[in-house]
Design a protein around this ligand. Structure first.
Ligand code: GDP
Length: 429
């Protein structure tokens, strides 16, 4: 059976930790979208890791990790990431790369930088890892599939054709150095050597594994609100962040997905530009940022300080709905233990009317948060294993959120480690 682990919000909800934890009981973990632009932070017996491309299952020796066809594959980053975990003593993981995955080209990264430069103050806050130019080319049908590295004739013809086009843009639009097709071809030969040991028809591999009764985890990147269709367009990422896309990006049938674990953080954080209704500022935000996550709320890939806010029931209800949530994993709750009172955003006031339905971007920009203040629990809840042992106000916070979002919170995460998890019965399930 297939299970998906996805985000309800803007990303950084703690999906890495939940996937790592669920991977214990899984056979195969698949990354199905996105690229090396975001990362997961994982704390385990081997140390602390920031993974950008590898699925979170690479730390177990019983799992196979797959880079699915939907991923923006940066081959040197993948290669370096494999080296770096091995250097830290992790046994060589079993990794498969889809022959249908497409490759992030060196010029995608350059175009990303040049475009941000050109846009200046109006930029989208890209991480400049080439993801938007990559997906643009994929859908413009000038992307390079991994399989094409293995056909020299196809490769040469395409390199020449694509360079011609890219060089027109580089010369006339960006006034930057041109690409030398021979040099690019050389780079692609290097990429071929790096990726060759891992390449296969991963969708066939998954099909066979499912027939044998294996458990497959689909690991999402970012969250619902960064989805290009259902998120805060245009301040979104360039590939779908939804569990539904997991079927496409991994190459499995949609009907195989039986469980969707939507990870929802107990407060909000976001990176990049875009409306963020429950955002807080100043010392209040700084304190939450310092205490947040595991060592502060700073981007795993970029180190950028994240924007902070109170829990947003409107965004999270929508975030869970679009994922098709069967279970909510409510994470990083321990961090809120310092607050005597905790505001929660329960509605948006837009043009004088209050709604609990997440609106389109131009209305979102006008939304003001409607806050309810809940009492805090004023203690450290790390180490607690049973739901009943949580302080009453903490349980009330969880139950309030569950009622507002309307999806069952069956897991509560109270620390960054694999075992910091409290399972819970929900009335909604
Ligand atoms: P992801 O991209 O969704 O995997 O999220 P990130 O890895 O960017 O952010 C999650 C951060 O919170 C990481 O530093 C995790 O180690 C940490 N984390 C995950 N769950 C918990 C939790 O329950 N409590 C605390 N304190 N930290 C957590």
């Amino acid at each position: 059976m297939v299970k998906a682990v996805v985000g309800a919000n803007w990303g950084d909800e703690g999906k890495g930790k939940i996937t790592d934890m669920m991977a214990e009981e899984a056979d195969i973990i698949v990354r199905f979208q996105g690229g090396a632009n975001a990362g997961h932070t994982i704390v385990n017996n081997y140390g602390k890791f920031a993974l950008h491309t590898l699925p979170s299952g690479v730390f177990y020796d019983h799992t196979t990790s797959i880079i699915g066809n939907g991923v923006a594959l940066n081959i040197p980053v993948l290669f370096k990431e494999i080296q770096s975990i091995i250097e830290k003593g992790v046994p060589m993981p079993k990794i498969l790369v889809s022959d249908r995955a497409q490759i992030v080209m060196p010029y995608h990264i350059l175009f990303d930088q040049y475009e941000e430069e050109r846009l200046g103050g109006k930029s989208f806050g890209s991480t400049k890892s080439g993801i938007a130019p990559f997906y643009s080319d994929k859908y413009a049908k000038i992307g390079f599939q991994v399989s094409e590295l293995f056909d020299e004739e196809v490769l040469q013809e395409k390199v020449n054709r694509v360079c011609e086009m890219k060089n027109i843009m580089l010369e006339h639009m960006y006034h930057k150095p041109l690409i030398d097709p021979a040099e690019l071809l050389e780079t692609l030969h290097e990429y071929k050597k790096m990726v060759e040991p891992y390449v296969c028809d991963t969708s066939l591999f998954l099909h066979n594994a499912l027939k044998e009764g294996k458990t497959v985890l689909l690991e999402g990147q970012l969250g619902t609100l960064k989805d290009p269709d259902h998120g805060i367009y245009p301040m979104v990422t360039s590939s779908s962040t939804l569990a539904a896309y997991g079927a496409i990006g991994a190459g499995v049938a949609p009907t195989e997905i039986k469980q969707v674990v939507t990870v929802c953080k107990a407060y909000s954080s976001a990176v990049g530009a875009g409306a963020f209704v429950s955002e807080i500022f100043g010392e209040e935000a700084d304190e939450l940022r310092r205490r947040g996550g595991d060592g502060g709320e700073y981007g795993a890939t970029t180190g950028r300080p994240r924007r902070m806010g109170w829990f947003d029931c409107v965004a999270s209800k929508y975030g869970c709905r679009m994922q098709g949530t069967t279970d909510v994993a409510f994470t990083v709750l321990d961090v809120l233990g310092y607050l005597p009172e905790i505001p929660v955003c329960v509605g948006y006031e837009i043009n004088g009317e209050v709604t609990t339905d997440f609106p389109v971007t131009h209305l979102l920009e006008k939304a003001k948060p409607v806050l309810t203040v809940l009492p805090g629990w004023n203690c450290d809840i790390r180490g607690i294993k049973n739901y009943d042992e949580l302080p009453e106000n903490c349980r009330k916070y969880i139950e309030f959120v569950e009622e507002q979002i309307g999806y069952p919170i069956t897991m509560v995460s109270n620390g960054p480690g694999r075992n910091d998890i409290i399972y819970r019965e929900s009335k909604l399930k």
